[in-house]
Design a binder for this molecule. Structure first.
Ligand code: GGG
Length: 352
């Protein structure tokens, strides 16, 4: 198979973890006889430095022309502290999602057996947890009208019926392909937008009689994912809740550096780690490349390359089992491996 892949390393640790995913993809291409063609483009703070725009038109075109986008992360603390820097890198991420119509962010959450003992959570509670969070990605407060002056600020939480229906359809269908259990997560006791979500989900329920659907407030869900994660199969929720919830679930997987995601919608699909740009670690060879490499595996699986995805997953699992780990998940007394060493090990495993 030939795949044109737009490659967007972005900021912070992005330019360090992305090459590791590319090395692994190259090893897969060689082993399975595929052709992966990479088209690198800029975004985020790096793009603001180059041309003043965090998602330039050239990058948009590169993404639109590609079969898939492999993206790392954006964000830079310079933009938190300097009021003269008006455009934030994150607006590039939002523009990318909006312009590519990427309304469904699919975030799998599963444990790695060999990391269970490192979780702050009880092993007996999280063992076997395996669920999917479907985060709506182009609506809600991130995109609603905003205002800020020195004394007053607001973000509006707007959702329309078509936006809610299309994401719920993805969620119901995902539950049908998995274990037939969907949890709709909202704050319907307080928020009007949540009440519309709930109303529409209830209207749609009869179309999916094979899916057991339940409803949970986000505050309850935030507790339940940590105290009873095996309860969940598919969670669907709005943009902000999904963003926060899937950082929380890194306590189940073992590290933010282990969570990949796929963003799907109207145009080119995009694959990116759940984590951000971790600027404090940039240039230090510290970042875990697994979320990026596993995002590449999700990309291949999206195109039906199941064996290729499975081999990458096996290589990642094996690296963890053999303690080839970056510092945040290394056992006491174990050697610390850097971003490049972990990436190289996984590449060699895939190539062998
Ligand atoms: N790879 C994800 C990333 O770059 N995250 C930084 C960020 O700004 N996240 C907010 C969001 O995902 O909406």
């Amino acid at each position: 198979m030939k795949l044109n892949i737009a490659v967007l390393p972005g900021d912070g640790i992005g330019p360090e973890i992305m090459p590791q995913a590319i090395h692994v993809l190259d090893a897969i291409a060689k082993k399975f006889g595929h052709e992966f063609v990479y088209h690198e483009a800029i975004c985020g703070a790096h793009a603001i430095d180059v041309c003043g725009d965090p998602f330039p038109d050239d990058t948009f075109k590169t993404c639109m022309d590609a079969d898939a986008v492999l993206f790392a992360a954006v964000g830079d603390p310079r933009f938190d502290n300097d009021p003269t820097l008006k455009v934030r890198p994150e607006t590039g991420l939002l523009a990318m999602r909006k312009k590519l119509g990427l309304f469904a962010n699919v975030r799998p959450v599963a444990t790695f057996d060999c990391l269970l003992h490192m979780s702050p959570l009880k092993e007996s509670i999280i063992k076997g947890a395996d669920f999917m969070v479907i985060r709506e990605l182009t609506g809600g407060m991130y995109f609603g009208e905003k205002y800020q002056d020195n004394d007053r600020a607001y973000d509006t939480d707007v959702y329309s019926r078509p936006e809610i229906e299309r994401i719920l359809k993805v969620a119901f269908e995902t539950a049908q392909r998995r274990n037939h259990h969907l949890t709709v997560v909202d704050k319907a006791n307080v928020l009007a937008s949540s009440r519309l979500w709930r109303q529409i989900a209830k209207e749609m329920e009869p179309q999916y009689p094979d899916v057991q659907t339940d409803y949970m407030f986000i505050d309850n869900c935030s507790m339940r994912v940590l105290t009873d994660p095996r309860f969940f199969d598919v969670i669907v929720t709005e943009n902000t809740f999904g963003d926060i919830l899937t950082d929380e679930t890194s306590a189940i997987t073992g590290s933010m550096g282990l969570q990949p995601s796929a963003s799907l919608g109207d145009h080119t699909p995009l694959f990116e780690p759940v984590h951000g740009s971790w600027p404090q670690a940039a240039g230090k060879n510290l970042a875990n490349p697994l979320a990026q490499i596993l995002s590449a595996a999700m990309m291949l699986e999206h195109f039906g390359l199941k064996a290729e995805g499975a081999l990458i997953r096996e290589a990642c699992n094996e690296s963890l089992l053999q303690n080839i780990r970056t510092p945040e998940i290394q056992v006491e007394g174990g050697n610390h491996y850097g971003t490049t060493e972990v990436g190289q090990w996984i590449t060699n495993y895939v190539a062998s």
